[in-house]
Design a protein around this ligand. Structure first.
Ligand code: ZN
Length: 400
């Protein structure tokens, strides 16, 4: 017997009683596969997850449909082995997670409105729809620009504001032939049509089995977010209803804290950010000039030696370390090392040679061991990082 689909008749039915037709052990331990005579749980399908909720107080973890029979996977975990209430013939109470169902309906109905407008204005088909958790994607088989999406969004929200009725119904085969509706497949019988607008003035007709809001006003807000070019068309991220509100709240908090941190008005955060970027670039130039002066000074202050040299600094970039190494190596006869960092955080290093006859490559292992380092390189130069202290490093260079 096919399951009576209560969500077909009333999408806002969140509690119901139904009779158990069968209950078998589920695939996972401590679960049951329950079939009822009727259900308000929408099964997974058409890009939408199944409804969450409870049956007889037990969590419903999955709802699937096969040939009209809807099977609920119910978790018995919390019963701790006590007898379950799903004996054949018993009546159980079902309760949907109403907030989740409501926001999914807001987003699914919003998707129909957007897809209807895109189809009417540009002739593009919706070729992919995913109603995830707080993220909805729509794929169209044609390209749209941001300006076009803004106009589509305006028109969609005007439909929301007009509080148009949304009706789901099964037209007779004869009536179906007279209707022009959007559908993924060529459908001829048992087709459920979701109509936005009145019968006299339908704004969109689409074959769909999912529950929808009763009135476009329930959607609240339709917001098109990022979009990318995808498989010759576009993939659009969209949020409607309370997901759109939550998203607005997140973005508002982010913008408000950025504005406060930069001491600018919220409307000026981009300007404030650009000003910060420019300041950072200016400071980088100043730092670079100062560093280069410091480098010249450091090199000039080195007393030439026949032995080895090692220099320390806290925050040198890789390029600066190499430049300093090249200048300093000319002032020593053996090894030359430049170390950047601290005893607490460890050091990054480059090691070169004052005498071109010294081959560093065969000494990699010895140097790594002495400096507790991970390093490598060529005959002329080694580089890496080490955890040895400054005193240990200086002792090594004094002996080599
Ligand atoms: Zn649909």
């Amino acid at each position: 017997m096919k399951t009576l689909r209560l969500f077909d008749q009333d999408s806002h039915l969140y509690t119901f009683d139904a009779t158990v037709l069968s209950a078998e052990a589920g695939k996972a331990p401590d679960t049951l596969s329950v079939v009822l005579d009727s259900t308000a749980f929408f099964p997974e399908g058409g890009g939408q997850y199944p409804d969450p909720g409870t049956l007889a107080g037990c969590p419903v973890t999955d709802v699937q449909e096969q040939e009209g029979i809807i099977t609920h996977t119910v978790s018995l975990f919390h019963l701790n082995g006590a007898p379950h209430p799903f004996e054949k013939g018993s009546v159980v109470a079902g309760e949907l997670d109403a907030a989740t169902r409501r926001v999914r309906m807001q987003n699914h109905s919003g998707e129909h409105i957007i897809s209807g407008i895109v189809h009417r204005l540009y002739g593009y088909k919706n070729v992919g729809f995913h109603l995830g958790d707080g993220d909805v994607t729509l794929d169209f088989d044609g390209v749209l620009t941001r300006e076009q999406l803004d106009a589509i969004e305006d028109e969609a929200n005007a439909i929301v504001a007009a509080c148009l009725p949304i009706t789901a119904y099964y037209p007779s085969p004869a009536e179906l032939t007279t209707l022009s509706f959007r559908a993924k497949l060529a459908l001829t019988e048992g087709v459920r049509i979701v109509r936005i607008g009145t019968a006299d003035d339908p704004r969109d007709l689409c074959a769909c089995c999912a529950p929808h809001v009763d009135n476009t006003g329930e959607i609240g807000l339709i917001k098109l977010l990022d979009f990318i070019h995808y498989k010759g068309g576009v993939r659009i991220h969209m949020l409607c209803g309370s997901w759109a509100l939550a998203d607005y709240r997140r973005r508002y908090t982010a913008v408000a804290s950025m504005a406060a941190a930069m001491s600018v008005k919220q409307g000026d955060v981009v300007l404030g950010f650009e000003r910060l970027q420019a300041e950072i670039e200016d400071k980088k130039k100043v730092i670079s000039t100062l560093r280069s002066k410091l480098e010249t000074h450091t090199v000039a202050s080195i007393t030439p030696t026949e032995g080895s040299l090692c220099l320390f600094d806290e925050g040198l970039e890789a390029l600066e370390m190499r430049r300093l190494l090249n200048a300093a190596a000319e002032k020593c006869g053996r090894l030359c090392g430049v170390f950047s960092g601290s005893d607490e955080d460890g050091y990054r290093f480059v090691i070169g040679r004052g005498d071109p006859a010294i081959d560093l490559k065969p000494r990699i292992k010895e140097i790594n061991t002495a400096l507790s380092a991970r390093g490598g390189g060529s005959s002329e130069m080694l580089q890496g990082s080490c955890t040895a202290t400054r005193a240990m490093i200086e002792a090594f260079f004094a002996e080599n």
